[in-house]
Design a protein around this ligand. Sequence first.
Ligand SMILES: Nc1ncnc2c1ncn2[C@@H]1O[C@H](COP(=O)(O)OP(=O)(O)OP(=O)(O)O)[C@@H](O)[C@H]1O
Length: 260
Amino acid sequence: MAAQLTLQGVDLRFGGVTVLRDVGFAVEPGQVFGLVGPNGAGKTSLFNCISGHYRPSSGSIRIDDTEVRGSRPAQMAGHGLARTFQHPALQLRETVLENVMLGAHTRLPGGPLSWSLRFPRVTRSESALRAEALQLLEENGLGWAAHRRADELSHGLHKGVELCRALMSRPRLLLLDEPAAGLPHSEVEQLIETVRRLGRESDVTIVIVEHHMGLIAALTDRVVVLDHGAKLLEGTAAEAQSDPRVIEAYIGKDDADAAA
Ligand SMILES: Nc1ncnc2c1ncn2[C@@H]1O[C@H](COP(=O)(O)OP(=O)(O)OP(=O)(O)O)[C@@H](O)[C@H]1O
């Protein structure tokens, strides 16, 4: 079942630098939720807190009723979380199919010993997961690339492969960090269709960090705007786009006054 994500009072400090200050919001199960804000606002840092890559200095992060603040990334996978990164990190010398199958490691029976000894139940599960990975690639227009090495593919296609890898864990909560960055217009349109389909067909809650406001407006139910590590506004994408505080945060007060 799609997850509910609740953040309360999340602070993140590195030494004397405050990166996040008292951030709180709730994402309801099945929502597509946007996290926007100018460069350096703290969006990726907040994703890192949710996915266990950073440990918040204080505050609460709950998935459904479970407190997960301070859990490590591998434990977060157990809570149903998967994410993509601003800069996809694929195993470049492996095939696209092998990369996607890596996303399913939490679903293989046994542990590293039974995997390396290739027990029959492991090989049976592996072939079922291989078929599933191929189907995911097909659904996302990447079936043709399954047996290519990852380093033969463009940056845009890496993003598609990374999304398939995240989906292989069958997440209940999916974090997408700037999925449209560096994509040409036609691929952004395709990405919007893909995320819409996910929202319709998969039981998953999606949180997207993105600068592409067209994508945010097309996909999200609600957004939070971060500025200087704090929540500036929560509302619909249209409300965010027309709010003077948000315009000022993006373009600076003097320019906002001049444009008014
Ligand atoms: N590990 C770290 N150590 C120190 N400072 C950090 C660390 N990670 C992030 N920061 C700082 O936190 C602030 C927010 O960075 P972050 O990457 O989260 O912003 P962002 O909103 O995702 O920006 P962008 O849109 O440019 O990706 C920046 O000032 C950054 O330098």
